[in-house]
Design a protein around this ligand. Structure first.
Ligand SMILES: [Zn+2]
Length: 555
């Protein structure tokens, strides 16, 4: 009897850092690992978030046994509402991850079934036997997955690092990874985010020492921008506040929410009287206050961006205050962060950021940790996950150095399936079909209604502005009954507009008069003439290409 195929379909996260989602199916039985969003880059104008394309996933003839969520970062849980609305299945995750998911899905008014799992717990889901393995990451309660299937065991690391002295003592379960390695692992899917970085990631515990050194002699307020989900970092900051005799004010909705959740679950240990409200914070002597704030990426409108612009922040910067960025800059945000740093310095703050001093460490394994994972798990096949192509390729090179055969390494991007099947010589792996893996834009209530064409329009509008020409045409005579009237936006400041638009109007009138009296009665011809004339006009006068919209009304 031949066994069904075991199939891997990455819907996201292979080819970009974000929107992680991978479908594992054996015959008709399937599970989805992670379900995250991607944050838009600066070219994706007006887009709130980007999610994987779930249209194929929605129509697949499969029996989905569950969503297996490795940890609570947005790029692993953020797309759950969208996936659940096309396919329901129970969600399995650790305690803290469950709390974050519950908070998110409750806001969406969706029906869901959430099941808490613990490290080393095993679940039987159809043909899959899944064990959850503890991993250390930049959020508490991270899990990797060991998935036993009839064709062999798959190990999916989730996001991980190997920190031998993690703050909460929850170490990556190397012993268990190694046991799987001894038993034999068909394939390892491992986090590639930091595959270009040598050595090992600095332990979270070491960051506390640098933070303390940076804070010890500060006479003013201390503002710290950190990721609200990085509870270990927040724990260190709370401990330091206590030690340095400062009270903590929480700035930003997600900071308040996540800290509340983490304290309720006992993951964050901080006494009630450490935290103060805004009114008290305002009254407090400056050397008594630490502000934990969101906005470490200085996104427009974020707490840090407002502080930097002195745009009515709850607590403004005073000369002598210190602002610490205890976070990394996500690629694409460097300019915004740099601008914020300049703005804060201009107001007299002393600004410290990760690149200049050891105030942050990554939650992702560097090369040496990736090597250790490969050597412990000793997989037959290796698939680098979580990264752009360059990160995946670097990780593949590391795997080759560790002795994995070139032909057993699959560097693939979203949509490319891998098939594992039984052959006379054991289990073989090969590339299966390649599905189109679009990135779906979410803008307000619209999911996928902004595509390439709309995005190109937005880029053109953003780059060159728009001019609308309204003209009323008398169909009987071919005369202009009123207009042309011109409205423009995003082209030129108001004080320069009047003479320019007057000149444009004259040019349009002249161009229309060049047609024969009979041709002048044709509204479509007039429209086209206006379009071409205005395009030529703006090219000649300003060397610009605004979007031109002619409107011809007939009477
Ligand atoms: Zn993560």
């Amino acid at each position: 009897m031949t066994l069904p195929q075991l199939k891997i379909l990455p819907l996201g996260g292979l080819g970009e850092i974000g929107m992680n989602a991978m479908l594992v199916s054996y015959g008709r039985d399937a599970i989805l690992i992670d379900c995250g969003v991607l944050f838009p880059d600066t070219e994706m104008l007006g887009i709130d978030i980007v999610i994987p394309d779930f249209s194929h996933f929605a129509t697949l003839d499969i029996d989905l046994h569950g969503y297996m969520i490795t940890h609570g970062h947005e790029d692993h849980i953020g797309a759950l509402p969208y996936a659940l609305s096309v396919r329901t299945a129970p969600i399995y995750a650790s305690r803290f991850t469950c709390a974050l998911i519950k908070q998110k899905l409750t806001e969406w008014n969706l029906k869901f079934s959430l099941q808490e799992v613990a490290p080393r717990e095993t679940l039987d889901l159809g043909p899959f036997q899944i064990e959850f393995l503890r991993v250390t990451h930049s959020i508490p309660d991270g899990l990797a997955l060991a998935i036993r299937t009839p064709l062999g065991t798959l190990i999916h690391t989730g996001d991980f690092k190997i920190d031998h002295v993690p703050l909460d003592g929850e170490k990556t379960d190397l012993a268990r990874f190694s046991e799987y390695g001894e038993q034999g692992v068909l394939a390892l899917f491992s986090d590639s985010t930091n595959s270009e970085l040598e050595g090992t990631a600095v332990s979270e515990t070491a960051i506390g020492t640098s933070l303390e050194a940076a804070m010890r002699d500060v006479g003013g307020r201390i503002f710290v921008a950190a990721f609200a989900s990085h509870i270990h970092r927040i724990q260190q900051l709370c401990d330091l506040a206590r030690k340095l005799d400062r009270y903590v004010f929480l700035n930003g909705r997600s900071m308040v929410q996540n800290i509340r959740l983490a304290r309720e679950l006992g993951i964050l240990k901080a006494p009630d009287d450490l935290f103060i409200e805004l009114a008290e914070a305002k009254e407090l002597p400056v050397h008594k206050l630490m502000v934990l704030t969101t906005g470490s990426q200085a996104e427009p409108g974020s707490a840090i961006a407002r502080l930097a612009l002195a745009d009515h922040p709850p607590l403004p910067i005073n000369v002598g205050d210190v602002v610490i960025f205890s976070s990394r800059s996500i690629p694409g945000n460097e300019r915004a962060i740099s601008k914020a740093i300049n703005g804060l310095m201009r107001q007299g703050a002393h600004v410290l950021y990760a690149r200049a001093s050891q105030l942050h460490t990554s939650g992702h394994a560097h090369k040496e940790e990736q090597r250790l994972m490969i050597n412990l798990v000793k997989p037959n096949f290796f698939v680098p996950i979580h990264g752009e192509l360059r990160h995946l390729s670097h990780h593949a090179k590391t795997a080759r150095e560790c002795g994995i055969n070139e032909e057993n390494i699959f560097v693939i991007e979203d949509g490319q399936t891998i098939i594992f099947e039984q052959t006379q010589n054991g289990i073989a792996a090969s590339r299966g079909d390649k599905l189109e893996a679009r990135k779906v834009f979410v803008d307000g209530k619209g999911v996928g209604d902004v595509g390439d064409i709309v995005m190109r329009d937005r880029q053109q509008l953003a780059n060159a502005g728009i001019v609308i020409c309204v003209l009323t045409l008398d169909l009987a005579t071919g005369e202009i009954a009123s207009g042309p009237d011109l409205i423009c936006r995003g082209i030129i400041e108001l004080e320069h507009q009047v003479p320019l638009l007057e000149e444009a109007k004259t040019t349009i009138e002249k161009a229309l008069l060049e047609h024969t009296p009979q041709a002048r009665k044709d509204p479509d011809l007039s429209k086209e003439t206006i379009r071409l004339t205005l395009r030529r006009f703006f090219r000649k006068t300003l060397q610009r290409k605004p979007v031109v919209i002619p409107m011809v009304i007939t009477v």
